[in-house]
Design a binder for this molecule. Sequence first.
Ligand code: MG
Ligand code: ZN
Length: 219
Amino acid sequence: MSRKQIIFCDFDGTITVNDNIVAIMKHFQPEGWDALVEQVISKTISIREGVGRMFALLPTSRKQEVVNYAIHNVVIRDGFNELLAYCEEQAIEFYVTSGGIDFFIYPVLAAFPIPTDHIYCNSSNFDGSHIEILWPHACDEHCHNDCGMCKTTIIRRYSPEEYERIMIGDSITDFEGAKLVETVFARSHLIGLCDELALNYYPFEDFHTIIQRLKEMRA
Ligand SMILES: [Mg+2]
Ligand SMILES: [Zn+2]
């Protein structure tokens, strides 16, 4: 029996054209956000620490503005609906694994036929003076990367004996997962990592390319 295909798809910069966390920060410009981004990229601080501290710079008094900006700023990458339809038709399991935040991910994905329990992301709390990010899917004992939303923790639940694990992503939140899966679809910074580590990957710019490649993989 052949292995079942399962897709773990990133949200920011993958399903959406832009990275929404960076877009929010660029728009609202809270003091010190850019230094935090630099520290995450240079791995001086973890993704969890960086994202948590960035949102903690934004006062909850601006909640509605932040939420509205994030949701309305989103542009979905070409072919996403078609990819979901292809997965449905071929019984390929499709999960969204995102280092982004619930307040923009759930409203944006509500337009698509993805069950809520197939969406993994971070949560947010607007009860205090500043936005607090919560981490319901933190790293398990096998991951010491302090991811925040730990993609490898989720991917490890699907054994490579039973599943052909496919990751779609673009950037730093996908690095650890990419090392683990059988096949990677990469764009942007993730291409560099895949090249460097000689991972099995295919570059993509839209989801039509991915559907084409998935069809070839089945042939
Ligand atoms: Mg991304
Ligand atoms: Zn982790």
